[in-house]
Design a protein around this ligand. Structure first.
Ligand code: ADP
Ligand code: MG
Length: 217
């Protein structure tokens, strides 16, 4: 489904260079449930952003069904991302002046799909947020904010969900609940890749990838 081939990415800092991806190759098959772990600064977020079409490797390729996504025009890649990739950011990236409902609706706008109220209410209901649709993000608990971010990622019915430490800011109980939701999403047939520092949560995936210094170990 998605392949990253011999990808390298180096960042240049004032005090030297950092190799965030180091000749990285890895293949994700449709329907997989994969965890990625590794020390802070090992390249996990860089990898996920590269897979999600948001960060161009310096060398190498990211292939979606045998097409190289970074060879596409910007518009085509943005469309692909809006339709196929649900991305969950560690810090949620909700828009603070929009309601819960509007934060989810905006993803349909970006994907140039009709804003279907029933569909939005349906997904918010599934995330147990139906009594919060008019709230602003800062009126919600952290776990609820994360569920809004998941609803926003799922509303376009993407084939793949990429989650960067989706439980990093959550207490253990809420973290478990979020993992359960990811598992359900995977059971419904979507490919799910998530980053975590928690070995107990990583174990719940069907495949565990460990990264150190921009390489799979
Ligand atoms: P992780 O998610 O595993 O903690 P990252 O992928 O965020 O690691 O970062 C890997 C390395 O690349 C780190 O040393 C980080 O400082 C560097 N890095 C990541 N993104 C940038 C950026 N946009 N600019 C400069 N350096 C970056
Ligand atoms: Mg990170």
């Amino acid at each position: 489904m998605l392949k990253i081939e011999h990808a390298s990415k180096t960042f240049h800092h004032k005090h030297g260079t950092v190799s965030a991806l180091n000749d990285f190759s890895f293949e994700i098959k449709k329907g997989e449930f994969i965890s990625i772990s590794g020390p802070s600064g090992s390249g996990k977020s860089t990898l996920l952003l590269a897979l999600g079409g948001m960060s161009h490797p310096d060398n190498g390729k990211v292939m979606w069904n045998n097409e190289s996504i970074y060879n596409w025009e910007l518009n085509k890649r943005a469309q692909w991302r809006a339709k196929e990739v649900g991305f969950i950011f560690q810090t949620f990236n909700l828009i603070n002046y929009l309601t819960v409902y509007e934060n989810v609706a905006i993803a349909l706008n970006l994907a140039e799909e009709k804003v279907d109220r029933k569909r939005i209410i349906g997904i918010l209901d599934k995330m147990k947020l139906s009594n919060r649709i008019k709230h602003l993000p800062n009126e919600l608990s952290i776990g609820q904010q994360q569920r809004v971010a998941i609803a926003r990622a799922l509303i376009k019915n993407p084939s793949m969900l990429l989650a960067d430490e989706p439980t990093g800011n959550l207490d253990p109980q809420t973290a478990n609940d979020i993992l359960k939701i990811l598992k359900e999403i995977n059971n419904e047939g979507k490919t799910v890749v998530f980053i975590t520092h928690n070995p107990d949560l990583a174990k719940l995936a069907n495949r565990n990838i460990r990264i150190e210094e921009g390489r799979i170990v």
